[in-house]
Write a protein that binds this ligand. Structure first.
Ligand code: NAP
Length: 272
């Protein structure tokens, strides 16, 4: 699997499996199937309530811990130093692992200063429980702030990013701050499947719509984490790595006029 070099020096596979809303047996199975067919990157979060199943799926796959990248996230409401250190221990035991590759602040909070939360994440890095740290759902101003205040690299901002939400400016600000974008809800939670414009491009390349959308993101140096529960979808998404798009396809998708969010963050502490 192709990787991107993070500002922490670690490598992150460019395509991963998202696990939001995957719990129980379907989650265990999807994780095992994904690792079995060549995925090397799994994305979860404490809030998804599936750490145990993710850990079981890894075990079922028989894949060695060193050969895949594991990301999880600290929830919005629990970002004080004490809370992060407590969760840092619990999540490793739930996931049945000695370390996670990447630990993110799931949403920016106003309750705890970023210096404190990021400082606690750094303590987990120092204790070798976490390899790299990052943020999620941070807007441009917050990205600039975090990039300035912090002494260890914040390697990624995981945000909603798909053909109906091309966040070009945010991407540039993240890159200036040494962060890669990780695209969540890359398939717009399934909406892309019904798009005639994408279907024409897919037909031209003998590809599926998800493959076209994933490749559109990969071309931009973005890490992509589609969620899929069936072997068929997992395999289809993996096939995106072999699809190549023409400049005109990329430009066409870049100019989609929609500004559509699928994940509602309006009740959260900071506006996008
Ligand atoms: P998504 O990946 O955009 O879309 C998932 C949907 O697409 C599912 O219904 C899935 O169906 C379907 N699908 C996947 N591959 C397909 C294929 N090849 N053909 C047809 N349908 C396909 O949505 P998402 O789950 O919102 O986003 C992905 C991941 O990003 C999440 O799982 C999570 O890990 C992360 N995320 C993070 C945040 C954050 O705040 N940081 C927020 C949202 C999401 P099946 O399940 O039936 O396969």
């Amino acid at each position: 699997m192709r990787t991107v070099k993070l500002s922490s020096g670690h490598e992150m596979p460019v395509l991963g499996l998202g696990t939001w809303e995957l719990t129980g047996d379907p989650c265990r199975k999807a994780v095992a199937d994904a690792l079995g067919m060549g995925y090397t990157h799994i994305d979860t979060a404490i809030l998804y309530g599936n750490h145990t199943e993710v850990g079981q799926g890894v075990k079922d796959s028989g894949v060695d811990r060193k050969s895949f990248f594991l990301t999880t996230k600290i929830p919005l409401s629990k970002q004080s130093r004490a809370q992060i250190l407590q969760q840092g221990g619990q999540l490793l035991s739930d996931l049945q692992t000695d370390y996670v590759d990447l630990l993110l602040l799931h949403w920016p909070t106003k309750k705890t200063p970023f210096e404190e939360s990021l400082g606690a994440l750094k303590e987990l890095v120092d204790k070798k429980r976490v390899r790299s740290i990052g943020i999620s759902n941070f807007n441009k101003d917050l990205v600039r702030k975090v990039a300035k205040i912090f002494e260890i690299p914040v390697v990624t901002n995981q945000v909603e990013f798909h053909p109906y939400l091309y966040q070009k400016e945010l991407k540039e600000v993240c890159e200036e701050g040494g962060m890669v974008i990780t695209a969540y809800s890359p398939l717009a939670r399934g909406d892309v499947l019904r798009d005639d414009r994408l279907s024409k491009i897919a037909e031209k390349h003998g590809a599926s719509i998800p493959q076209v959308v994933i490749q559109w993101l990969l071309e931009k140096g973005i890490v992509v984490i589609p969620k899929a529960s069936s072997k068929r979808h997992l395999q289809d998404n993996l096939g995106a790595l072999d699809v190549s798009l023409d400049a005109e396809d990329i430009e066409a998708i870049d100019s989609f006029p929609e500004e559509k969010r699928k994940v509602d963050g309006t009740w959260k502490h900071y506006p996008f």
